[in-house]
Design a protein around this ligand. Structure first.
Ligand SMILES: Cc1cc2nc3c(=O)[nH]c(=O)nc-3n(C[C@H](O)[C@H](O)[C@H](O)COP(=O)(O)OP(=O)(O)OC[C@H]3O[C@@H](n4cnc5c(N)ncnc54)[C@H](O)[C@@H]3O)c2cc1C
Ligand code: SF4
Length: 558
């Protein structure tokens, strides 16, 4: 039997891979998508309005196994959807946490949905402050793709005219909560912005999907598809074309090359049979997320590519950046003590944010370069954190918890690390995963610049809370462990010079023209904004570049 040759093999079906399969299949190309995990069934795998008292362990999972959880999202509500089997390692002195959802749709099943555009303040940051290099793409070039993605997925926000974050095409914003009205007054007094976040969650019905019904369960899966995820929005469109073959439990191991070193397939492990399988295609798109994309490409060694495919620059795996996260301040609003609880169990949502306000007029006006943003949180969520500190016993304890219920607030910083020579991903020479694939090894430390932002944010957020009449109770002793933000970037950076960059401005490997990366691995750095909207905008642009090459007959036969 002749071997089947697909037009494109896409590795991953998260934000980047999902956009790729939709775009390519709609263009009539035959696509095989390899996905490391299984398909989810929202009726069985999501929370579906179950209450804590309906759960054996109140949603937290078996105490004996709780330490194995990769974070709050890996809970009793969604068992078996977060990756535990595939190992990674860290270099001595590095701490890195890497929560991975490898089900179909990847992390889009459970993400936070904050969706701001990058702007020229980000793309041309190096020209402004002299550090590192500019992106090879300007805002004017990528803006139309942002608009198309926003219209496709539905993003709720308001027009804000801020220099740090370009406005987009929005559905009406979410209403502020009581706490937001109070905190906004504090922000005004100290002169910092407090605005609607841009959030890929529907305030009105959109493109056949119903508006959010405020159940507050987003990180345990939306049963109505009211926030963007690949399985609700992109996969059905791709599958309707009949051009997609989705292979689940298919863990990509390496890219296969022909006698000229050009990609012509992917070798993967079928996790059910544990057998190695090969699949062939005319082009390959890697969209397995920043670190895993690097692992696959670094593990693709051959006589043509002795240090990993498309690595003639030596930059593959380098320039790992991440967002520093952490509670800059937490406390409460005494104005709300004893007030009834509000139906704002959207505590799970990023309703508001404080977009970057530092270094806008002069890139060196602060003690650090670039800038950070902040997510204020609060509201009547489940399991208020202060309950473990409340005084009393029995009914007096419960009364105290209830009295404070609408009052807690917190501020979470989102600050970009700078690219450093010492922060990178390589392959651990000693350790393999259970399928015999060499593991990714992470080398990472926070840089001085980002730690200055962390200190700065603690001061500003405390000032804001006090100016709003609130009580500051503390801040996190240290930032979260690196990797926790899940917004890491940079292992296949894009740029014009093949000696300095892995991919060109379209995410196409300089060395291997039928190989593309469609995730945050191509980003120069992580800016102060979340990455997913940009992953989709860049993936859309890369895929249309590849489609055009197919149209012109520029893609070689496998
Ligand atoms: C709780 C939470 C909150 C978040 N909040 C936000 C937010 O507010 N805003 C934001 O922008 N982002 C947020 N994120 C991050 C966001 O989910 C990611 O940026 C986005 O999903 C990345 O898209 P991706 O396609 O690169 O990777 P993913 O969505 O992780 O998808 C990766 C895909 O690759 C597949 N894969 C991996 N390795 C292999 C392999 N070897 N072989 C085959 N397939 C493979 C996986 O199965 C998966 O389908 C959040 C994430 C979480 C979990
Ligand atoms: S709060 Fe809205 S978007 Fe989130 S899970 Fe519930 S209905 Fe879906």
């Amino acid at each position: 039997m002749p071997k089947q040759i697909y037009d494109v093999i896409v590795i991953g079906s998260g934000a980047g891979g999902g956009m790729a399969i939709k775009t390519l299949c709609e263009a009539g190309l035959k696509v095989c998508c390899l996905n490391a995990g299984r398909r989810l069934d929202p009726a069985k795998d999501f929370r579906n309005h179950r209450k804590p008292w309906q759960m054996r362990f109140r949603g937290f999972g078996d105490p004996a196994k709780r330490s194995e959880s990769v974070g709050y999202m890996d809970s009793e509500w969604v068992p078996g959807v977060w990756e535990h089997e595939i190992r990674y390692t860290t270099a001595p002195g590095t701490e890195w946490t890497w929560p991975r959802c490898w089900a179909v749709g990847g992390k889009t099943n459970f993400w936070g949905r904050s969706s701001a555009r990058f702007g020229d303040i980000d793309f041309l940051a190096a020209s402004l402050d002299g550090y590192d290099m500019d992106w090879p793409v300007t805002y004017a070039e990528i803006a139309p793709y942002y608009s198309r993605v926003e219209r496709m997925i539905g993003v709720s926000s308001s027009v804000q005219n801020r220099p740090s974050n370009p406005d987009g095409e929005y559905l009406p914003p979410f209403n502020f909560r009581c706490l937001d009205h109070i905190l906004q007054q504090g922000a005004k007094k100290i002169g910092v912005p407090y605005l609607h976040d841009r959030i890929a969650q529907l305030t009105v019905d959109h493109a056949g999907h119903p508006a959010c019904h405020f159940c507050g369960a987003c990180t345990t899966g939306c049963d109505t598809g009211s926030f963007f995820s690949t399985p609700w929005r992109l996969l059905p469109v791709a599958e309707a074309t009949k051009n997609l073959e989705l292979r689940t439990d298919a863990l990509a191991k390496n890219i296969i090359v022909d006698e000229n070193g050009i990609a012509n397939g992917v070798a993967y492990i079928d996790r059910k049979s544990r057998q190695e399988v090969e699949v062939y295609g005319r082009a390959v798109i890697v969209a397995a997320t920043n670190v895993e994309t690097a692992r696959i490409l670094l593990n693709s060694m051959s006589r043509h590519w002795p240090t990993g495919i498309a690595n003639s620059s030596g930059q593959l795996g380098r320039n790992l950046c991440d967002h520093l996260y952490g509670a800059s301040v937490y406390g409460y609003l005494p104005q709300l003590l004893g007030q009834p609880s509000f139906p704002d169990s959207v505590g799970d949502n990023t309703i508001v944010w404080m977009p970057r306000w530092q270094n806008l007029k002069d890139p060196h006006e602060e003690k650090f370069i670039r800038g950070y943003s902040v997510y204020p949180g609060g509201g009547c969520g489940e399991y208020p954190w202060y309950a473990t500190q409340a005084e009393g016993l029995g009914s007096s304890y419960k009364r105290e918890v209830k009295r404070r219920y609408p009052t807690p607030v917190s501020f979470t910083i989102q600050a970009p690390s700078l690219s450093l020579d010492t922060n990178f991903v390589d392959i651990d020479p000693e350790v393999k995963d259970v399928y015999g694939i060499p593991c990714a090894r992470i080398h990472f430390q926070w840089d001085e610049n980002v730690l200055k932002m962390w200190e700065h944010s603690k001061q500003v957020c405390a000032d804001l809370l006090r100016a709003a009449g609130g009580v500051v109770e503390g801040s996190a002793d240290s930032p979260s462990v690196p990797g926790w933000s899940l917004h890491d970037t940079g292992t296949c950076r894009m740029g014009h010079d093949p000696k300095k960059f892995v991919t060109n401005a379209f995410g196409q490997a300089h060395d291997v023209p039928n190989l593309y990366a469609c995730d945050a691995s191509v980003f120069l750095n992580c800016t102060d904004k979340t990455t997913t909207l940009s992953i989709m905008a860049f993936s859309l642009r890369s895929c249309e570049h590849l489609i055009e090459k197919f149209r012109r007959g520029d893609v070689r036969s496998a």
